[in-house]
Design a protein around this ligand. Structure first.
Ligand code: UDP
Length: 248
């Protein structure tokens, strides 16, 4: 059987990084192929704030540049690609990926582990996914506020649950660095950094109405719900400036 690999997907250079030309469906196909292979595969959901951060954080830049799959996760990334004449079909966000993987879990036999968010949030997100998608197998959950000294216990807990897909929701760049540092010890074929996904799936944070999403204004909705997001929004002018100067 031929192995479908994200390596065969077109890479669009962006801000010294790259994003794959994927839709939700082709990203899920790539993840499906990864899940059957032994070695760990890192999936990054790239947004504008990550592009800005990677300009000054060399470790993050190296991690994103070496990821197996990089999906376009923000209106800003889509705009920057369009400006280069590389229009993409739409966003492929962490929330959508995790929800679709839960929906496919019973059919495809995926075992998922939810790691991250405040205590109790990942568990509620898992319960909701199990209720919505019968047979959905979330084999473990753990919050993302643990001390350095607890990392070995976290790794042991994840390994013991033997998931195919580890969803890590600890914010950018913490989740990307956690995945990169520990992916070889975790022994999980697919590791995805998914930001605030469990907050959304648990119902703690609502998604914007679909008309707001269509207008690419979900970031504004999230900002109004959570003013701490202001730091992220403040990176946007820098992202625009970087895009206008981007020669990659
Ligand atoms: N979080 C965590 N551990 C931390 C810091 C944050 O688990 O040490 C969680 C936080 O509770 C939230 C998520 O990481 O659920 C970050 O969500 P956000 O939408 O801010 O993600 P980003 O915009 O960075 O993708």
């Amino acid at each position: 059987m031929p192995v479908v690999s994200a390596v065969n997907l077109e890479r669009i250079p962006l801000h010294g990084l790259f994003v794959h030309r994927v839709t939700l469906s082709s990203a899920l196909d790539a993840i499906d192929a990864f899940s059957t292979l032994g070695r760990p595969h890192h999936v990054v959901t790239l947004d504008a704030s990550m592009c800005v951060m990677a300009q000054t954080d060399r470790e993050l830049k190296t991690i994103v540049s070496n990821a197996d799959l990089v999906t376009p996760d923000s209106a800003g990334v889509l705009w920057a690609c369009r400006r280069k004449g590389e229009a993409l079909e739409g966003r492929v966000s962490g929330v959508e990926l995790v929800e679709r993987l839960c929906a496919q879990s019973a059919d495809r036999g995926y075992r998922l582990f939810f790691l991250g968010a405040a205590p109790g949030v990942a568990e509620v997100a898992a319960e909701r996914m199990r209720a919505k998608y019968p047979g959905c197998s979330v084999v473990g959950t753990r919050d993302g506020f643990f001390e350095e000294r607890d990392i070995d216990a976290v790794i042991e807990e994840v390994c013991g649950a033997r998931p195919h897909i580890l969803c890590v929701a600890m914010g950018i760049p913490k989740q990307e660095k956690f995945i990169s540092k520990h992916k070889d010890s975790l022994g999980v074929p697919v590791l995805i950094g998914v930001g605030g996904t469990f907050d959304v799936l648990s119902g703690a944070v609502s998604r914007a109405p679909s008309w707001v999403q269509r207008l690419n204004l979900e970031w504004l909705h999230r900002l109004m719900k959570n003013p701490r997001k202001i730091a992220k929004v403040l990176t946007l002018p820098k992202f625009v400036w970087q895009t206008l100067r981007d020669k990659s």
